[in-house]
Write a protein that binds this ligand. Structure first.
Ligand code: FMN
Length: 338
């Protein structure tokens, strides 16, 4: 099977630290797309935002940088920096559904304005020193918008079109518009990468059967709730040795914690970051919900780490099949960051 598997960008989760720690213990991804780099003024790119994609730090899993914005001049400035770093492809985010982003006609907020997208592409494509791929939704308000968007996307040479078949209004939930996507697929003249709800081997197989022309697949939230998933999909075999699974997950978690501790030095923000991860990691165990509630109420790193250690020693692992890719919450979400 010649499928290419991408790690999806998940802002706040799949940054450098996660990608490095994951690559140390798991396999199956061919490429990663970085969480978006916002287009800001020139010099700041160098210091802060490019840190996540620097090739030297991303040797184990090649990363394609993603940008979010609508200003052609800033786009080209960032593209130049990326090209100087050796990147051959960059990605434009036309999918971010956050209200604060969409209101400013960025991310999915540009989708109701295909002519604006065309104008931006007309300005950047002729001067772009690298190839461009786009990550899009079917529309902001409705999948009907996709027809006009395809017309625009088809007018430009894109490396690929990554499609999350929801609308911006849906954020990351609700039924995907698979029928609309299926109808539109033959009209797209670019290579298409599919992103959405690949949660286990069966769901992947079903998407493959339904969309046989697609060879690029992107996995997001499910790799947090099952880091073995890409390997399972690539090999067709799931790891079954309970002890091996447990040890790998534990070592991966320790590695991730160490990586993140380098960047986040203060106890409270580090604790909150790890709690965010555990809203997905708790699915590793059958008792995920109570594990998450317990961890969400811990008040120090010592308490948190002791609890995690105990869970790895005592809790039963959840089966891989049908595992949720949704974050767990306490009954009151605000508990997470107490
Ligand atoms: C917390 C979170 C952060 C995300 N950040 C990004 C992002 O930075 N760029 C992007 O293109 N998509 C982003 N996405 C969308 C995912 O890449 C992906 O398309 C979506 O989650 C559907 O795939 P999944 O069901 O495999 O998670 C994000 C999604 C979530 C849940």
């Amino acid at each position: 099977m010649n499928n290419i598997l991408y790690l999806a960008p998940l802002q706040g989760y799949t940054e450098l630290e996660f990608r490095r720690a994951w690559s140390k213990f798991f396999t199956g991804f061919d490429l990663a797309l970085s969480p978006f780099i916002p287009l800001v003024e020139g010099e700041r790119f160098r210091s802060h935002h490019l840190r996540d994609v620097m090739p030297d730090s991303n040797k184990d899993l090649t990363v394609i940088p993603q940008v979010l914005g609508n200003d052609p001049a800033k786009f080209l400035m960032l593209a130049q920096s990326l090209s100087e770093l050796g990147f051959e492809t960059m990605n434009w985010n036309l999918g971010c559904p956050k209200r604060i982003v969409a209101r400013k006609k960025r991310g999915s907020g540009l989708l109701p304005f295909p002519e604006m997208i065309r104008e931006i592409l007309e300005k950047i494509i002729p001067a772009l020193p690298l190839k461009l791929s786009i990550k899009t939704r079917l529309g902001y308000y409705s999948p009907i918008e996709f027809t006009g968007l395809i017309e625009v996307y088809n007018s430009f040479p894109l490396q690929s079109l990554i499609v999350h078949p929801r609308t911006g209004l849906q954020i990351y939930d609700g039924d995907m518009f698979l029928d609309d996507f299926e109808k539109a697929l033959p009209n797209i003249r670019h290579q298409v990468v599919f992103s959405g709800e690949i949660v286990d081997y069966d769901s992947f197989k079903n998407f493959c059967l339904r969309f046989p022309s697609i060879t690029g697949w992107m996995i997001g939230r499910a790799v947090l709730s099952n880091p073995f998933l890409p390997e399972w999909i690539k090999s067709g075999k799931a790891e079954t040795n309970d002890q091996k699974i447990r040890l790998k997950l534990q070592h991966f978690h320790e590695e991730l914690y160490c990586e993140i501790r380098h960047r986040i030095k203060n106890e409270r923000p580090l604790l909150n970051k790890m709690k965010d991860y555990w809203s997905y990691f708790s699915h590793w165990f059958i008792n995920g919900q109570s594990i998450f509630i317990h961890l969400a109420h811990t008040n120090s790193l010592i308490e948190f780490n002791n609890s995690v250690k105990k869970f790895f020693e005592t809790e039963s692992l959840a089966p891989f099949e049908g595992r949720s890719n949704r974050p767990l919450t306490t009954t009151c979400r605000s508990f997470i960051h107490i």
